[in-house]
Each structure stands twice: as structure tokens, then as C-alpha cells.
Design a protein around this ligand. Structure first.
Ligand code: CDP
Ligand code: CDP
Length: 217
């Protein structure tokens, strides 16, 4: 089999990475991995045990022995879990414990698929630097906070926009400021600023970019 075709999608919180990644995976029949879910699962396991997300030893242990059942836990998508995830994600040993799983998914996509879409913060720079297509999806912090607020409302929660905005900004600062695999666009990434673009517009642009890079059948 040819090498799987990898689409690497990175960007800050609530930029629309997951929505785009899921749609591209369905369109091209590729496998999809939400790598943020792995960091969220590590963080949630600490929160459920009443531990502090800054507790490095506990975070390393949870990452070394990831409880994959937590990937389906209702609290995985909570803002508190996202905030805790960005704390455990700054610990180098946590990152290295999750590296192999992600690389293995990319090199052997489940279901024998011909390609894989991975979204996160360091896919283009660290996990799959050889990916033929890298997208850096972003939007203003205000627009991202608006989207996340609407999403939480749709889940029946009562989020406060100002709280979400400050959470988004704090997470950006932690993710961009850490020493190990900080969030930044890879040198060869395509930047997609989605502040004024709806989901369809982003998807159609990305499909064009994929088609330019896909090897001829
Ligand atoms: O994965 P990430 O955190 O980057 O974002 P997401 O979960 O894909 O998107 C966050 C929210 O923004 C979802 O509710 C999307 O439907 C919405 N969204 C949007 O309104 N416009 C876009 N261009 C992209 C996403
Ligand atoms: O969906 P959203 O963009 O809010 O966050 P996420 O993709 O679920 O990621 C949660 C946190 O995990 C991020 O704020 C990052 O700190 C961390 N993360 C990371 O460090 N590296 C990745 N490849 C994916 C996520």
C-alpha cells in the first residue's frame, strides 16, 4: 500500500478544526483523529480523581496508561476539561507518552483507510512534519469565543461569553507559550483565517487544497 495521505490541521481553541477535519475525513473516506481528545482524557482522569492538573507525576501516569473510555465521557468537551488539558499538555513527558499513538494512527489509519486527518496543535510541526497538506485554521479570539459559547448553549449549558473569551485567551497563551511543541503554523502550512468564513466556505477551500496535493489515482 502507498503511504497514507495525511492532512494535518492545527490551530487555536474553537477555530473550527474538528468540524473541518470531520468533514474532510467523511468526504475523502479517511480516518480521523481528534488529538485534543487525548489531552482532554488525561486531564479528565486527573479531575475525576480529584487531582490537580498541574500535578506532573499524576499526569504522566495517566498519559502512560490512557483510559480510552474517557474519550466518550460527557465531561470531555467541558471548558474546565479543556483548560486542564492545556495544563497537562505543557508537560513534556505527557506529550511524549501520547506521541506514538498519534504517529501510529497516521501511518496505519484504522479500517485500512487510504488517508488520515489529524487535528490538534502540533500535527504539522511535530507529529506528522512530513504531511503533504498542512492547514492552520484560525479566527479572532472574539469569534472563537462566540462559537464556543453558541456550542455550549446548544448543549443546554448556560455559558458566559466573557468567561469563555478569557478562557480562550488563557488557553492560547499557554498553548503558544510552552517550550515543548508550542502552537504555531508549520513553515509550509496554509493559513485559513475563518473569522468571516462559514463552515461550508472553509470546507470548499480545504477540498481544493487537498485535491491539489492528492496523488493521481
Ligand atoms: O476543533 P475546534 O475547537 O477548533 O473547533 P470546532 O469544535 O470544530 O468548532 C467550534 C464551534 O464553531 C462549532 O460549534 C462549529 O460549528 C463552529 N464553527 C463555526 O461557527 N464556523 C466555522 N467556520 C467553524 C466552526
Ligand atoms: O477543541 P479545542 O480546540 O478547544 O481543544 P482541543 O483540540 O480539544 O485541545 C485541548 C488542549 O489540548 C489544547 O488547549 C492544547 O493544550 C492540548 N493539545 C495539544 O497540546 N496538542 C495537540 N495536538 C492537541 C491538543
Amino acid at each position: 500500500m502507498q503511504h497514507p495521505f495525511i492532512i494535518a490541521i492545527d490551530g487555536p481553541a474553537a477555530a473550527g478544526k474538528g468540524t473541518l477535519a470531520r468533514r474532510l475525513a467523511a468526504h475523502f473516506d479517511f480516518a480521523y483523529l481528534d488529538t485534543g481528545g487525548l489531552y482532554r482524557a488525561v486531564a479528565l482522569s486527573l479531575l475525576l480523581d480529584g487531582k490537580d492538573p498541574d500535578d506532573g507525576d499524576a499526569a504522566m501516569a495517566a498519559a502512560a496508561d490512557l483510559d480510552t473510555r474517557l474519550l466518550d465521557a460527557p465531561r470531555l468537551r467541558d471548558e474546565a476539561t479543556g483548560a486542564a488539558a492545556s495544563k497537562v499538555a505543557a508537560i513534556p513527558q505527557v506529550r511524549s507518552n501520547l506521541l506514538e499513538f498519534q504517529r501510529n494512527f497516521a501511518s496505519h489509519p484504522p479500517g485500512g483507510k487510504q488517508g488520515a486527518v489529524l487535528d490538534g496543535r502540533d500535527i504539522g510541526t511535530k507529529i506528522c512534519p512530513e504531511a503533504p497538506l498542512k492547514l492552520y485554521v484560525t479566527a479572532s479570539a472574539e469569534e472563537r469565543a462566540r462559537r464556543r459559547t453558541a456550542e455550549l448553549r446548544d448543549r443546554g449549558l448556560r455559558p458566559d461569553y466573557a468567561d469563555i473569551l478569557s478562557d480562550v485567551k488563557a488557553r492560547d497563551a499557554r498553548d503558544m507559550g510552552r517550550n515543548d511543541a508550542p502552537l504555531r503554523p508549520a513553515d509550509d502550512a496554509h493559513l485559513l483565517d475563518t473569522t468571516d468564513l462559514d463552515i461550508d466556505a472553509v470546507f470548499f477551500r480545504a477540498v481544493e487544497l487537498v485535491k491539489e496535493k492528492l496523488p493521481p489515482q
